[in-house]
Design a protein around this ligand. Structure first.
Ligand SMILES: NC(=O)c1ccc[n+]([C@@H]2O[C@H](COP(=O)([O-])OP(=O)(O)OC[C@H]3O[C@@H](n4cnc5c(N)ncnc54)[C@H](O)[C@@H]3O)[C@@H](O)[C@H]2O)c1
Ligand SMILES: [Zn+2]
Length: 346
């Protein structure tokens, strides 16, 4: 059962900041989001707060410890509230600290990136990176509310917006039906490097709402990620391998874009693969990996790395068609090699 209330809309963040009580609320904000949006900067200044330095390299135990010490120093008690405002790095850290402080306090996620808004903020998975692995230490601690204000996205680096669109495509592919059709029909024919218009902000509001509805449904049915929620890993088994080998050249969403092409090849669905390629191309996402991530054997090793405990077998999320995405166990290496060829042959 999910406990999270989801709110999406322009002006929602300002309204949230206005309605929260003056005391007992601790703000955890992304450095760039706070600098770019006066309302976030003002909340940081006016309340007890912690600013998360920009970048995945700060999603560490050390940052979490500094944040926990700040929560303690601020005297946030069991009735207190943590508000995480930023991308996935910030909301993962805020939720993680909220789950540990005084054995758990409530928290609200206010995502300010596309990845954050369509994915990271919702679902209660919190984590930091430890020991060279990603999200190695974490908890399940659902936010009380997810408040996504699409107007916060306008200050993002366009490359981060595009990377987020790969996660949008993934979610729509899982949902199928109207969600898939609407993403294909989406006329994002604007240049993301240009100024955002109100219409573009509204488009993103609609995208976020749809993605969150799909994710909320999966999370509600399977909070602990042992059943249908696993389909959200679509494109990620391949994606993580590209990401690990190409860092820092590929953003997470860019790696997922490549992973979606491979997944469609693994499903042997030629028309779906073509459709995915066309969409990604229109959004200027990569269709093939950079040189460090073009070695099939190295990619296979990466793909098996965190699956060793599961007997060294490949588990793959396979999109047979939009709305028909299945978890397949015991997938043979030859099938994975063929799927990787989808992005390496060009
Ligand atoms: N918990 C989950 O279920 C889940 C799901 C998906 C991803 N994640 C995690 O999310 C993280 C990736 O999230 P992300 O892509 O949002 O990365 P991020 O949090 O690093 O944000 C991307 C960049 O945008 C900047 N930024 C944030 N908001 C901004 C704004 N409004 N204007 C200008 N710049 C802004 C940040 O400083 C950063 O440089 C990863 O650590 C990943 O593991 C978690
Ligand atoms: Zn992802």
């Amino acid at each position: 059962m999910s406990v999270t209330q989801v709110e999406v809309g322009v002006g929602r963040l300002a309204a949230l900041l206005h309605e929260l009580p003056a005391a007992g609320v601790f703000v955890v904000a992304d450095e760039r989001a706070a600098a770019a949006h006066p309302a976030i900067g003002a909340a940081v200044d006016a309340r007890t707060s912690f600013v998360v330095p920009s970048g995945e390299e700060h999603k560490t135990w050390a940052t979490a410890e500094a944040l926990l010490l700040a929560l303690d120093a601020a005297g946030i008690d069991r009735d207190g509230l943590v508000l995480g405002v930023g991308g996935g790095v910030t909301t993962d850290l805020a939720g993680f600290a909220a789950s540990l402080h005084r054995r758990g306090v409530g928290w609200i996620a206010a995502p300010t990136t596309v990845v954050g808004a369509v994915d990271a903020a919702l679902g209660g998975k919190t984590a930091v990176n430890l020991g060279g692995g990603k999200n190695t230490v974490g908890t399940f601690h659902e936010p009380l509310r997810v408040v996504a204000d699409p107007s916060t996205l306008t200050t993002l680096d366009p490359r981060h917006v595009r990377a987020g669109l790969a996660e949008v495509l993934k979610t729509a592919l899982i949902a199928g039906g109207e969600a898939w059709d609407s993403v294909l029909a989406l006329d994002l024919a604007f240049d993301l490097d240009d100024a955002w218009t109100d219409a573009t902000v509204a488009d993103f509001g609609a995208i976020i709402e749809r993605c969150l509805a799909t994710k909320l449904d999966l999370v509600t049915r399977d909070l602990h990620d042992v059943g249908p929620r696993r389909t959200l890993n679509l494109g990620h088994t391949f994606g993580h391998a590209f990401e690990a080998l190409a860092l820092p050249e590929l953003l997470h969403g860019e790696a997922v874009a490549l992973g979606l092409i491979c997944a469609a090849r693994a499903a042997n669905n030629v028309s779906l693969e073509t459709t995915i390629r066309e969409r990604l191309k229109a959004w200027q996402l990569p269709l093939s990996p950079p040189p460090p991530a073009r070695d099939v054997d190295a990619l296979l090793t990466e793909m098996l790395r965190d699956k060793k405990r599961a007997g060294g077998q490949h588990t793959l999320i396979v999109p047979h068609a939009p709305g028909d995405v299945r978890v397949e166990e015991g997938v043979k290496e030859t099938r994975i090699r063929k799927a990787l060829a989808a992005v390496l042959e060009g």
